[in-house]
Structure formats: C-alpha cells, structure tokens
Design a protein around this ligand. Structure first.
Ligand SMILES: [Mg+2]
Length: 367
C-alpha cells in the first residue's frame, strides 16, 4: 500500500492553557489548577486540569483540590467555564481542517484530532514542515500550544504525539523498521487500547514492553490474550490499516493553500513570489469550482525567514470565484504589505466568507 501520513494533534494541557493564554494572560508561566476553590486546604472537589508549571509540583488532574493546595499554595485555582473550552476547540478544529487532506479530519476528543496529510505532504515535501506551519497556525489562531505526532497510521501517530510534550513534533516512519524500533522500548500501556487490566495480565506472563510482543507469534500470544491477540500483535508492531474516517465539522469556512520554499526567497525577487501566488490562486479556484463556492474575503500570509508572520485581508463587496480577481487581490496584498528587507520562507493565500453557488441558485437568480 502506498505510504500515508497521519498526524495526531494534541493540545498541551488544554483547559489550563485556555485559562492561561486566552482568559487570564497574567497566569502565563504560573502554576494553574482548573477546579474548585481549595479554601486554603479545606475546599472540596477535584482538580480537573493542571498547567505544566503546576505538574512540576506533583499536582495531577483528579487529585483533591485540598491536596493540590498543600503541594503548591501559590498555585492559581480557576473555576473554568466549559463553554470557553468548546469555543477554543472549534477554532482549533477549523485550523486543522485547513491543513488536512479533503475530508480527512477525525476528532478524537475536545482537544485532539487526527488528520491525514498524505496529499499535503506532497506539496510541502516533508511532513515536518507541514507540522511546523500547522503548529504555528494553531498558536496564531487560538493562542494555544499543541504537540504533534506524525506517522503512517493513527495508532503510531497517537503514541508519537505524546513523546515530546509540550510543543513537540515527533515523526516516526515511514520505514516499518523505524516504527518497530520506536515502539520496542515502550511500555505495553503506551498503546491506545491497552489498559491497566490487560497490562497486568501481560505482566503476569513477564511481558512489559512492546518489543517483547513484537517477537512473539500468534500461537504464543493466544493463551494470554485470546481473541485480542491478532490486534495486539499488529499494534505492537505499528501495523494499523484503519482508514481515517472524517467526523469533523462539515461546514467549510475557508480554503487555503500555503507554499513553503525549500530555500528562503530573497527580498529583491518579489516577482518569484508573485508567480507562486498566481499558482496557489489557480489551485484554490479549482477547488472553489469543484465545490461550487464563491468567496468575498482574500487573505495573504507572509512568513519571513525569521518565522515572523503577517496576514492581511481584503473583503470585496460581491461574491466572486474567478482566478483573475483572486490573483490580482492576492498579489496586491502581497506587494503592499511585504517587508522589502526580509527574506521569505512561506507564502499563503486563503479565501473565506464562502457562499454556495449551486446551479439551482444561479437559475433562481435569473428568474
Ligand atoms: Mg491534550
């Protein structure tokens, strides 16, 4: 089978990060617990989420707030509002949708999702570049940090995402041997689906690491795991053929395409960038026509070699779907907003304020 690229994007300490980076910037860098007021150690209830700074004191989610208070009396206790997390989650998923292959976003929980980026990787050349841009875009659009695991399938991507938290990017594969080596030293519980009970049973038979399972045959594993043996053998070796079925929000809010340059483009050569902008606009227009959509807003993103990024938008009074309008607005935005002294790493174009223009509607417009 042709190689796929799957990413699992997981927000870092999600609830606590929303409190720090969106609701209470004064709490950035401080230990934060989401949960009830500890009332100086006499409060009731449990901590629901913990910032990385608070984790350093040994506080974890599910711990009574009274105990958390004793471990770190100077921690900020915030009674979080769930609706804030839902809003942040939706914004996060919107960014992922822009980077995922068409119809390939699988929401796994409020703060994590799988996306397929097999096609996207062809454009970027390397999935790491795509992940870096995605991570920067999530930060820019939601203010929140995330970690990314990249692998040829969902199971390995999930494990990879947890390797370098917070703000990590971990790539595993595509060579099956690299995947085997990556998994071998890990505890059996690293596999999503192996809980405490299964781990305890495996331990009774002296099995604690995935590498041990990799070396076993189905007949050897069967007396221990029964019907789950095949599944466990496959997952321990990083084999997971499940297709990534889309369950994300369906409404398309924007279409965007980026181009990251293999070598930064000299600021004296804006015409090279203009050529790329036209090429990007052609691709976007093709997609607009396929989906029978028209746009009103055009955004151009310029990322410089030093990773600073500017975005500028223009909204036109009428819906439009032709390449000439799009590319002239985009090139214009670029010319007017570029810094003539800085080399460019990435250029991107996005159309938004979309509107469906089905045949039916065109007909009614004529009537
Ligand atoms: Mg998370």
């Amino acid at each position: 089978m042709e190689n796929r690229w799957i990413m699992l994007i997981d927000m870092d300490a999600f609830f606590a990060s929303v409190e720090q980076y969106r609701n209470h910037p004064e709490l950035i860098g401080r230990p934060v617990c989401v949960g009830h007021d500890p009332k100086k150690g006499n409060g009731r209830g449990v901590v629901r989420a913990v910032s990385y700074e608070a984790r350093a004191y040994g506080i974890h989610s599910g711990m009574p707030v009274s105990k958390a208070y004793r471990l770190c009396p100077e921690a900020a206790f915030v009674n979080g509002e769930f609706s804030n997390y839902v809003v942040a989650s939706n914004e996060f998923m919107d960014v992922l949708r822009e980077y995922s292959d068409e119809g390939r976003l699988r929401r796994a929980s409020i703060d994590e999702a799988y996306i397929e980026v097999t096609e996207g990787t062809c454009e970027y050349g390397n999935p790491i570049f795509l992940a870096q841009d995605l991570q920067a875009a999530v930060k820019q659009e939601t203010s929140l940090p995330c970690s990314i695991g990249i692998a040829p399938n969902m199971s390995v991507a999930k494990i990879a995402a947890g390797m370098k938290k917070p703000r990590g990017i971990t790539l595993v594969g595509p060579n099956p041997r690299d995947i085997i080596e990556f998994l071998a030293p890990l505890d059996v519980q690293a596999l999503h689906g192996v809980g405490k009970k299964t781990a305890a049973r495996l331990k009774d038979f002296g099995i604690q690491k995935l590498g041990q399972i990799q070396k076993m045959s189905l007949t050897e594993l069967w007396p221990i795991m029964g019907k789950s043996s095949k599944w466990l053998l496959n997952r321990a070796s990083g084999i997971d053929t499940r297709p990534l079925l889309d369950n994300g929000p369906r409404v398309r809010k924007s279409i965007s395409k980026d181009k990251t340059f293999m070598k930064d483009i000299d600021p004296d050569l804006p015409e090279i960038i203009n050529n790329y902008i036209v090429r990007i606009c052609k691709k976007i227009t093709k997609k607009l026509h396929m989906k029978e959509l028209a746009f009103k807003t055009v955004t151009v993103k310029i990322r410089y070699a030093d990773y600073t990024t500017v975005q500028r938008s223009r909204t036109i009074p009428r819906y439009c779907d032709d390449i000439h309008t799009l590319s002239s607005i985009a090139c214009n935005l670029f010319d007017q907003n570029r810094n003539p002294l800085k080399a460019i790493r990435l250029i991107g174009v996005k159309v938004s304020s979309l509107h469906q223009i089905s045949n039916q509607m065109t007909l009614t417009q004529y009537l």
